[in-house]
Design a protein around this ligand. Structure first.
Ligand SMILES: *[C@@H]1O[C@H](CO)[C@@H](O)[C@H](O)[C@H]1NC(C)=O
Length: 203
């Protein structure tokens, strides 16, 4: 008797989860997986905006006068590659990998603390894997097509966005910028993690 009740409960739970996922994935997929809104949210002292990022924003603002969300996304992702291309020199020569020595060097010069450096370094390694896993996705492929017209590739933006997300979620508490915008973004990201764990936005 008891077993049966458990079975029924498990069945309901399964059905509910199936429904919740089927329902949430189409709209959340895009929002949680390909959300370029966080790229310019610098919410953690460990991951601060570089002067190069603002230079690239200006440069690409001139090149892409966006009026739609898609165009804005293209603009953001080109800005990211421009940043990685520039003083940071994070990209490998194929533009789809990180130059980890350059990342390490950059972090050493930016951060004074070994633990902070290690956290950021691990985040970049993790985000490289994450970015590579997203490249074959349909939405990313169509983004890549749009970007190709401007000579940009989405890999850098995927890494940058992942790092921004990670550093919003995992920033040491004392180093997190408690602005309304950052707190709101963190709440949204936490929701994404709960609702679409299979997207594995961060792992
Ligand atoms: C980044 O550098 C590569 C290689 O030099 C170049 O092909 C690409 O257009 C650059 N991307 C941006 C956004 O400037």
């Amino acid at each position: 008797m008891r077993l049966q009740r458990v079975d029924v409960r498990a069945l309901w739970l399964l059905l509910f989860c199936g429904w919740a996922m089927a329902k949430s994935v189409p709209d959340l997929d895009e929002g949680c997986e390909l959300n370029s809104d966080t790229m310019h949210d610098f919410c953690c002292d460990l991951h601060d905006e570089s002067p190069h990022f603002s230079d690239c924003q200006m440069e690409w603002h001139e090149k892409i006068h966006y009026t739609t969300e898609q165009e804005e996304q293209t603009y953001m992702f080109c800005t990211a590659e421009c940043t990685f291309n520039g003083t940071d020199r994070f990209l490998g020569s194929n533009r789809q990998s990180l130059d980890l020595a350059a990342v390490r060097e950059h972090l050493e010069s930016e951060l004074a603390n070994d633990a902070d450096e290690e956290l950021m370094y691990r985040t970049y390694i993790q985000c490289d894997k994450h970015a590579l896993s997203l490249l074959p996705h349909k939405g990313v492929k169509s983004l890549a097509k749009r970007m190709a017209r401007f000579g940009c590739h989405p890999y850098a933006g995927l890494v940058m966005e992942c790092v921004a997300n990670e550093m919003i979620l995992n920033c040491p508490a004392k180093r997190f910028h408690q602005t309304p915008q950052c707190v709101e973004t963190r709440n949204q990201l936490r929701q994404c993690q709960q609702l679409v764990p299979q997207v594995q936005i961060l792992k």
